[in-house]
Each structure stands twice: as structure tokens, then as C-alpha cells.
Design a protein around this ligand. Structure first.
Ligand code: PHE
Length: 456
């Protein structure tokens, strides 16, 4: 997927270029579509009361997510290095300072911390592939499905084993370089996942509680909306789009000159949002039909979907396929989470990709045990936002990603000169003006208002 490209006078990336516009869109979609859409979105929406949260999330995606994503791609493509070096280089080139590299460093750290818990949940999906294929959920009641989940996460050995397995898979692909295999996987995976979400949606519609699910998701009770849930919606928008932490910047570094950044961003944002909404529409009716609690937390998807599959004809098959696809989706996201750190080590410390992937993967694996133990041995250890898992999640999604996004839009909107950005975005027409307005004012001010009100 990455082609060496040289000799056109422009800066080139050490790691090569995407072979086509489609390859780039698929890679970014692969990074964006993951556990954030199918696992996190439903439970966060559930915990924050549904409707009003979903609307704020959608506003954040359009008004903040979209301009941040475009800014990251254009910065990445202009710098053509890892996020740390790119920010340093462009900071100097645009007449500001090399200190902008700290934004890159923050993103390397955010990727490592996010993957440390992401891998644990991805490990759950691996385990659920096996459980589904073994027919554990066939005809199961909601109590049975819930106790299966509790017994599983209660075992740190099992959860730790699955986390180890997932990290090994992630390191394996990153070590080999981002190549054909990944592109093919994504090409097949995103449509297949969409298809299965539609099957589930069809089932949900027939569950008899579809209306209840829809009104939970779309009826906004503004009185229940706190600044805390607005921040959760903002954090979720960043998390699900993979922005604010350099993953998209790193991918942008391998983007050919002629590709439209606006078009690619719009395609990715649309696909990612559609999958999240579909997941919500499939899950909430099932929650109400089975008397489950929408504010159940991280186990929500692992309780509702196996239950629904268990009642369906051919459910064993569909359930297995669903968790395989979800594992794939998590896998392609994990690669994006590691890419800033790995590219940085390769370029700065002169290591091979394989060495870099092992070093970073090893560190993430160790840190991940904080989250592995949060569901069993250390489940009573609570501080600030809750367990260790809750704290790593809160710190990264709700603080680090929005701060990263804030700095990135300030950089693209205020530090970079007009010529540089209009050059990358292809002209200075209406779309460019809209981007600039959002990147200079709407996104940074919006992020600051939310952060300020939620934290104070
Ligand atoms: N967007 C991914 C998801 O929704 C998570 C992710 C975040 C991936 C940041 C890469 C970078 O699952």
C-alpha cells in the first residue's frame, strides 16, 4: 500500500506513500471505525442519558471533528514525517518555534495510553469470537449472558491472556509495515460490518421496542445535559474519529499530493458517524426489550448483542462473524494508535520498524495490565474518575485528545500562513473559507468553553 516516491522536488516520506486515494481513505476509515463506534458510543450515550448527548456529539463531529481532521491531514502531508518531527519542522518553517513538537509528543503519549486499554477491550472481542463459535449464547437468557460476561472479566488471567494476544497481533502488522494485507482487510471489513449492523437493525426493529430505542437516542432532554456529558460527547467525537493524537497526521504524511483532503475527510467522517448511529439504533431497542439498563457501562454491547444473536435463527454464525469483524475493526484502529510512536522511533532513533513496534508494543502491553486488573483484582481501587481503566479513558479521551485538537487547529488556523494551508487544501474558495472559519474560531473556542466548564 505504501509506495516509495521520489524526485518530484517536494518533500517525501521515509515510509513511502499510499498507493491511491482509495487506499488512504480506507486506512483512515479503518483507523476511525473501531470499538469507539460499536462498543463505546452506545454505552457512553447510555450513561449520559441518550438524546441530548447524541445531538451534542453530532454537532461536535461536524463543527469540531471535521476541521480538526482536515488540519491534521494537511499538517501531516506538508511535514511528511512523524508527528513530533512534523510539528517541529513546520513550527520553524512557518516562523514560529520548534517547540510545537510538544504537540507531537503529547500525541505519541496519548496513542500509547489509549491502546493500553483499547487492547484489553479488543481482547474481550477476541474471546467473544470463541464463545460465539462454541454456541455459548444459543438460546441464552439475559441473566445467563450477563453472568457469562461477569465471570469472564472477573478472571484477570483470561482477560490478560486476550490482551496479550491482541497486542501480539497489533505488533505483528505494524512490524511488517502498513501494506496490502491491511488495505484488503479494510476494504472487506467496513462494508461487511455495515451489512451485519443492518441485519442487527432489522432484528431490533422487530424486537417490539424499536420506538423506545429511537426516542431514547433522539429525544433530547436538555435539562439532563451537564457540562460533564458535553465533555464526554466532545471526547467521544475525537476518539471515534481518531483525531487529536497524531494518528491521522501520521497517515497524512503518506498521502499523495493531488488527493483532496476535504473529500477524503468528508467520506471518513460520514462512514464513521453512520456506523455509530447504526450501532446505537441496533442496540438500544434490544436493551429495552430485555429489561437491561442503558447506563450499564463497558459491558453493554457484550450483554445485548450475544443475547439478540442467541435468539436469532443462524445466530451462532452471525454472532461469530460479528465479533470477528469487530476484532478486525479494533485491529486496524490499533495500528493507527501505534503509528505516531513507531514512526517517531524509526525516524529519530534509527531503529527498524520491527524493533520500534516491539518496543512500543511491549510498553503498551505492560501499561495495559492496569486496565486488565480494573475489572477484577483492582475493581475496588477507585479514585478521580473511577478505576484505573476509567481514569486512563477519561484522561485520554476527555483531556488529551481535545487539548491535542485545540493545539492542532490553532497551529493550522493561526500559525500556518494562508498560502500554506490553501495550497494543501486546494484553493481558497468557499470550502476553504469554511474550514478556516471553523479551524480558527469555532473549533478552538468550542473546545476551550467545554473544557473550561467541565473541569471547573
Ligand atoms: N477511532 C478508533 C475507534 O473508534 C479509536 C482510535 C482513536 C484509533 C485514536 C486511532 C486513534 O475505535
Amino acid at each position: 500500500m505504501l509506495k516509495q516516491q521520489a524526485g518530484d522536488g517536494k518533500r517525501t516520506s521515509l515510509h513511502g506513500n499510499w498507493s491511491s486515494r482509495m487506499a488512504f481513505i480506507l486506512a483512515v476509515t479503518g483507523s476511525a471505525v473501531g470499538l469507539g463506534n460499536n462498543w463505546k458510543f452506545p454505552y457512553i450515550a447510555g450513561q449520559n442519558g441518550g438524546g441530548a448527548f447524541v445531538l451534542v456529539y453530532l454537532i461536535c463531529v461536524v463543527a469540531i471533528g471535521m476541521p480538526v481532521m482536515m488540519s491534521e491531514i494537511l499538517i501531516g502531508r506538508r511535514g511528511r514525517r512523524n508527528p513530533v518531527s512534523t510539528m517541529e519542522l513546520l513550527g520553524k518553517e512557518e516562523g514560529s518555534s520548534g517547540k510545537w513538537r510538544w504537540v507531537g509528543s503529547l500525541s505519541v503519549l496519548a496513542g500509547i495510553l489509549i491502546l493500553s486499554y483499547y487492547s484489553v477491550i479488543a481482547g474481550w472481542t477476541l474471546a467473544y469470537v470463541v464463545k460465539s463459535a462454541a454456541g455459548v449464547f444459543v438460546g441464552a437468557s439475559s441473566e445467563m449472558v450477563e453472568s457469562e460476561f461477569n465471570a469472564f472479566v472477573g478472571s484477570w488471567q483470561l482477560v490478560g491472556f486476550c490482551h496479550t494476544l491482541f497486542m501480539a497481533l497489533a505488533v505483528f502488522v505494524v512490524a511488517r509495515g502498513v501494506e496490502r494485507g491491511l488495505e484488503r482487510a479494510v476494504k472487506f471489513m467496513v462494508p461487511a460490518l455495515l451489512f451485519l449492523m443492518l441485519v442487527l437493525l432489522g432484528y431490533s426493529i422487530n424486537s417490539g421496542h424499536f420506538g423506545e430505542g429511537v426516542s431514547f437516542m433522539f429525544t433530547a432532554d436538555w435539562s439532563r445535559l451537564t457540562w460533564g456529558s458535553v465533555l464526554a460527547a466532545l471526547g467521544q467525537a475525537f476518539f471515534t474519529l481518531s483525531i487529536g493524537m497524531g494518528a491521522i497526521m501520521a497517515y497524512g504524511a503518506y498521502l499523495p499530493e493531488e488527493t483532496s483532503i476535504t473529500g477524503a475527510s468528508a467520506a471518513v467522517v460520514t462512514a464513521d458517524t453512520a456506523i455509530a448511529i447504526l450501532a446505537g439504533l441496533a442496540i438500544f431497542p434490544l436493551v429495552f426489550a430485555n429489561g437491561l439498563n442503558p447506563a450499564d457501562g463497558p459491558g453493554l454491547v457484550f450483554d445485548t448483542l450475544p443475547l439478540a444473536f442467541g435468539q436469532m435463527a443462524g445466530g451462532m454464525f452471525f454472532s461469530t462473524i460479528f465479533f470477528v469483524l469487530l476484532s478486525f475493526a479494533a485491529w486496524t484502529s490499533a495500528i493507527g494508535l501505534m503509528e505516531p510512536a513507531v514512526a517517531w522511533i524509526v525516524e529519530r532513533l534509527n531503529r527498524t520498524r520491527a524493533e520500534a513496534a516491539l518496543i512500543i508494543g511491549g510498553a503498551i502491553w505492560v501499561i495495559g495490565f492496569g486496565s486488565v486488573l480494573s475489572f477484577n483484582v483492582l475493581s475496588d481501587v477507585k479514585f478521580l474518575a473511577g478505576t484505573i481503566f476509567d481514569n486512563v479513558d477519561y484522561l485520554t479521551s476527555n483531556i488529551m485528545l481535545p487539548l491535542g485538537g485545540l493545539m492542532i487547529t490553532i497551529f493550522a488556523g493561526w500559525v500556518m500562513c494562508r498560502n500554506s494551508t490553501s495550497d494543501e487544501l486546494g484553493g481558497s474558495g468557499g470550502l476553504y473559507k469554511a474550514w478556516r472559519l471553523l479551524a480558527r474560531y469555532v473549533a478552538p473556542i468550542g473546545i476551550l468553553i467545554v473544557l473550561f466548564n467541565a473541569v471547573s
